[in-house]
Design a protein around this ligand. Structure first.
Ligand SMILES: Cc1cc2nc3c(=O)[nH]c(=O)nc-3n(C[C@H](O)[C@H](O)[C@H](O)COP(=O)(O)OP(=O)(O)OC[C@H]3O[C@@H](n4cnc5c(N)ncnc54)[C@H](O)[C@@H]3O)c2cc1C
Length: 506
């Protein structure tokens, strides 16, 4: 009895353990300290620094996904109609992130906005009759909504050349082309956002951020979770008792969700997709392109593989990025293990995994094609967008690893999910974020969802504070033009961004 008591007393206890120091954990921790400052929390990261996996600036594309240029958010139905619902959702979720960042900047809890966000026009660009017809219809559907006020459309090569000279120079003049442009698009360094929030958090009472600490196991107890963590520098293992656990472990979240054994995580699997970008730092080239230009995906390509030529601002320097080229690797994290995929196959998810394999032949074919693609073929893809590109100006870089969610589906047995998925225990003691795109851009919306699941009884009482952090909280920017205008102008001022064009009816 005496020994048991001693063990219990020597346990470390905390209210909340967050696994991973990427944008998701940093956002949740920062929001929690705003709404419930008395919360004690510990962030455990296995790498020596924050934001070294998907949230690192060069591991993702840095697009402030607001559905301004990504054509996959506006599918065309069999009747030829364009649906903008998903675009509206992503668009207004990004507003929540902007509002939270604006609050943190004003409070002095994040660095200067220029350290993480910049105006970069978002352009959709297509060629060929069918694609041009699609883009025109999409423009008509979107520009009618106040959330997309200011969207421009052109089929005139001279106008498009002004918008994006590198893309138009050297292009076949007989090719039919079209583009839409939103000047209010952004480029975001999510690594800088993460580091900024963590720096602020480290100075808060009741917060511990531990690097080179890997969570190796999770066990449910009567009073929460027993989290086993290994210090990768000393090799020592310790246990923490946490009332609540958040798995913000990116590609590592599925493995930990499986270790937790929660019923709600049963049947989930992951399909890893690796990525390569081309990067150009030659300032003579870089200075001639100021936009994120998104095209149309090829047949079978997963939505996140849509090619795009982007301006990036990272560490005070402007560069260009093109890609991503998808690939296949069995790792779940860039710094993970090749055994990750095989270790994730369990009796409860083998059915969904096989169903997805059976139903996604186009994707498999596409990925095999990408893996086998030569360097010359990769440069040819770049030249589809930038006809006069010189390969000598570009270098290949390895992007972050995405683990697309495979989830059980009653009808088909299993389905592949391309968005961000929150899985949580019914008792509200654990939540995990799986998946990727639109990912980092909508971190605040995703964390509001997580907070509602983890703090069921407290959440409604936080509404007043949440309204201070996110002034539109509880209202709909999509339904209220005046609110949309006011919120966007306010966040533009705080984040030093372009103002929202006037909205009719606002
Ligand atoms: C190629 C690519 C392009 C993308 N482009 C965009 C974009 O343009 N815009 C956008 O909004 N989003 C984009 N995303 C998605 C976005 O990057 C992710 O959604 C987001 O970064 C995920 O953040 P996270 O905190 O969940 O994960 P991560 O940033 O990956 O952080 C997870 C952390 O958990 C740690 N970890 C894992 N397991 C353990 C463990 N057992 N113990 C301790 N620590 C652990 C990891 O080391 C890592 O640091 C892109 C992603 C990729 C891969």
């Amino acid at each position: 009895m005496g020994v048991i008591l001693k063990e219990v007393m020597s346990e470390q206890r905390t209210d909340l353990v967050l696994v991973g120091a990427g944008i998701m954990s940093a956002t949740l921790a920062a929001m929690m300290k705003e709404v419930a400052p008395e919360t004690t929390l510990e962030i455990l990261e296995m790498l020596p620094e924050a934001a070294e996996e998907s949230s690192n600036a060069w591991n993702n594309a840095g697009t402030g996904h607001a559905a301004l240029c990504e054509l996959n958010y506006t599918p065309e139905g069999p009747d030829g109609r364009i649906t903008i619902d998903r675009a509206l959702k992503v668009n207004t979720q990004f507003d929540l992130s902007r509002q939270f960042w604006a609050h943190m900047v004003r409070k002095g809890a994040m660095g200067a906005p220029e350290s993480f966000i910049h105006d970069v026009p978002h352009i959709s660009f297509v060629w060929g009759d069918d694609n041009v017809a699609f883009l025109r219809k999409r423009y008509e559907a979107m520009s009618a909504h106040h959330c997309f006020a200011g969207m421009e459309y052109s089929e005139d090569p001279a106008v498009l050349e002004q918008w994006m000279p590198l893309i138009m120079e050297g292009r076949d003049r007989n090719q039919r082309v079209a583009g839409t442009r939103m000047l209010t698009g952004t480029d975001v360094d999510y690594g800088a956002v993460t580091r900024g929030l963590l720096q602020h958090l480290s100075a808060q009472p009741g917060v511990a951020v531990q690097y080179s600490h890997q969570v190796t196991d999770l066990k449910r107890r009567w009073d929460g979770w027993l989290v086993t963590v290994k210090n990768l520098q000393s090799g020592k293992t310790r246990e923490i008792v946490a009332k609540t656990v958040f798995l913000g472990a990116g590609g590592g979240a599925l493995t930990l969700l499986q270790k937790s054994g929660i019923e709600e995580g049963k049947g989930f699997g992951g399909f890893p997709v690796s990525g390569i970008f081309l990067r150009c730092d030659d300032q003579a080239v870089v200075d001639r392109h100021l936009a994120k230009v998104y095209g149309k995906a090829s047949v079978g390509a997963p939505p996140m593989s849509v090619p795009h030529l982007d301006t990036r601002y990272v560490d005070g320097k402007r560069s260009l990025l093109f890609g991503p080229y998808a690939g296949f690797s069995t790792k779940f994290l860039k710094y993970g293990s090749l055994a990750d995929l095989f270790a994730s196959v369990k009796t409860d998810n083998i059915g969904p995994l096989l169903a997805v394999g059976r139903d996604n032949f186009d994707l498999t074919k596409y990925l095999i094609g990408q893996v086998l693609e030569s360097k010359d073929a990769k440069y040819a893809a770049l030249r589809d967008y930038f006809p006069e590109a010189n390969p000598d100006d570009w270098q290949f870089i390895v992007a972050g690893q995405r683990v697309q969610v495979i989830m059980p589906d009653k009808k088909s047995g299993g389905k592949l999910q391309f968005g961000t998925e929150v899985v949580s225990a019914a008792d509200g003691s654990l939540a995990a974020v799986l998946g990727a795109s639109p990912g980092a851009s909508v971190a605040v919306a995703v964390m509001l969802d997580v907070m509602g699941r983890l703090y069921k009884s407290e959440f409604s009482g936080w509404a007043g504070t949440l309204k201070e952090l996110i002034p539109s909280y509880g209202q709909s920017i999509a339904d209220d033009a005046a609110l949309c205008q006011a919120v966007r102008n306010d966040t533009a001022e705080a984040l030093h961004l372009a103002k929202q064009p006037a909205v009719v009816g606002a």
